[in-house]
Design a protein around this ligand. Structure first.
Ligand code: XUL
Length: 481
């Protein structure tokens, strides 16, 4: 690679916009972020979002994202950052959110005046000023309708990789069409947050990439084309408004003359397709086939590289962002750390040390005792409550404290393996587990994880894995073209 080359990654996440620059050795050379609530208080967001009165509708202002980009690029310029060294850039966005470009906005995007910030130049370009985002859960009726139109939840999962989910974009678009028909008809292009952000760099509508497109309940993940039945079930004329879909590592073109003139980007700087944050993290953590990333946080998230997916009613299959012939699976478990802390408080005197001692002194397999611990309504599966079974498979109301601790941790990890295998995941000889998040500092918890998957566990820091993943994707996309 060119020794002077730098690569940029942007992350349009829920609470902030981040940027990372790496050099040709992929070492970070610049990093910054704009916090929406703190740095752009004029938009009145909390945690980057507006929660509406019904508590189910959640949106974010499009102009806030534009202003954040103006702000982060201006700061880079003010710090003396040399944009002309950037050989390629890419980015990521929170998944599922949708942006509605008003008719004739393409013209405006094509001719952005370099003297104006984006939030001014594009201020009239959106037929819906507050975009629905992934935290929205107001589309239950639309989900039922979609599943019914296609022949059931499993049929929809077989085609699009997931049953109908309220936050998934097709259902969000269906709601916009129903509740704001005028705004829907005034819109010529619907972008995801990721393709919206890419559009700002190429000065034209950027196509949706395969991976983020898999989070819409609209894309056939096998044929890699929009599914007509799904489109028609959501809203009329949708195909034209969505445009084409492309592999996530496609080079979309060069940065527009706006960025060349305003910031001093090279006119040859390539823009690699932007994708969703979870796919970008898979790239950032450099997962390979058979590998598993486990984030042990407030909730536990698992993503895996899969070759032959079997979509199920729980979990999501997305087209793989690194190799588009492969897939990735995403599983979310709500009862993560809070449940572990609760059992720690009840069974090991609120001490992690004591909790670890118990794990060390109890045998793998827990002498046949098994437990399911869901303090709050779980996502995978949709169940609540604590359920304990003894070695004879009889339901019991309690376990001795040491049995309880092991039953919790073994139960949590066995569920992860079982749900992953249902989605087509296979443990391979080279499988490795990358663990992140709060609980990943506990060796004894990780030992149970390793025992259950029969694979080595490595820990990594991933505060910026999605953003960093995009700087890597920029370098990879550029070098492979
Ligand atoms: C994934 C999802 C969230 C968002 C957060 O399906 O809804 O992880 O992508 O940014």
């Amino acid at each position: 690679m060119d020794s002077a080359a730098h690569y940029l990654g942007f992350d349009f996440s829920t609470q902030q916009l981040k940027v990372i620059a790496v050099n040709e050795q992929l070492h970070v050379v610049y990093e910054d972020n704009v916090q929406f609530d703190k740095d752009l208080p004029e938009f009145g967001t909390q945690g980057g979002v507006h929660v509406h009165e019904d508590k189910l509708t959640v949106t974010s202002p499009v102009l806030m994202w534009l202003k954040a980009l103006d702000c982060i690029l201006d700061r880079m310029k003010a710090s003396g950052f040399n944009f002309s060294k950037i050989k390629a850039l890419s980015g990521t966005g929170q998944q599922h959110g949708s942006v509605y470009w008003r008719t004739a906005s393409r013209e405006v995007l094509n001719h952005l005046p370099a003297e104006q910030p984006l939030h001014i130049a594009l201020q009239t370009c959106f037929s819906i000023s507050d975009s629905p985002i992934w935290m929205d859960s107001s589309t239950r009726a639309e989900c039922h309708h979609l599943e019914k139109s296609i022949g059931g939840a499993q049929v929809l999962a077989n085609i699009t990789g997931s049953r109908a989910y309220e936050r998934f974009t097709g259902n969000q678009i269906a709601k916009v069409y129903k509740q704001k028909p005028k705004e829907y008809s005034q819109c010529e292009r619907i972008s995801l947050v990721s393709s919206f952000a890419a559009s700002l760099f190429i000065g034209d509508y950027a196509p949706i990439d395969y991976s983020d497109g898999s989070g819409m309940n609209l894309l056939d993940i096998h044929k890699k084309t929009w599914d007509e039945t799904c489109l028609n079930a959501c809203a009329p004329g949708l195909k034209e408004k969505l445009g084409s879909v492309v592999p996530s590592s496609s080079v979309l073109g060069n940065v527009s003359s706006y960025h060349v003139q305003r910031y001093g980007f090279s006119p040859h700087c390539s823009v690699v397709a932007f994708t969703g944050d979870n796919p970008a993290s898979l790239a950032g953590m450099r997962l390979e086939e058979g590998d598993i990333a486990v984030s042990l946080g407030t909730s536990d998230t698992l993503f895996l590289w899969i070759k032959d997916p079997t979509p199920a009613l729980e979990g999501h299959i997305f087209i793989n962002p690194v190799h588009f012939e492969d897939y990735m699976a995403l599983l979310c478990f709500k009862n993560g750390s809070l449940m572990r802390e609760k059992i720690r408080d009840n069974c090991s005197s609120a001490s992690w040390e004591e909790f670890s001692n118990i794990l060390r002194s109890t045998p793998p397999g827990n002498n046949g005792h098994i437990g399911f611990f869901f303090d709050v309504m779980e996502i995978t599966p949709q169940v609540v409550g604590i359920h304990r079974f003894n070695a004879k498979n009889q339901k019991v109301s309690e376990f001795p404290q040491d049995v309880e601790v092991r039953a919790l941790i073994e139960g949590q990890f066995m569920a992860k393996r079982i749900y992953a295998e249902r989605l087509g995941y296979k443990i391979l000889p080279q499988t490795k587990i990358l663990a992140t998040g709060g609980a990943s500092c506990n060796q004894d918890i990780l030992q149970v994880l390793s025992d259950i998957f029969n694979a080595p566990v490595h820990t990594i820091a991933t505060a910026n894995s999605a953003c960093l993943g995009c700087a890597y994707r920029a370098a990879h996309g550029k070098e492979s073209h």
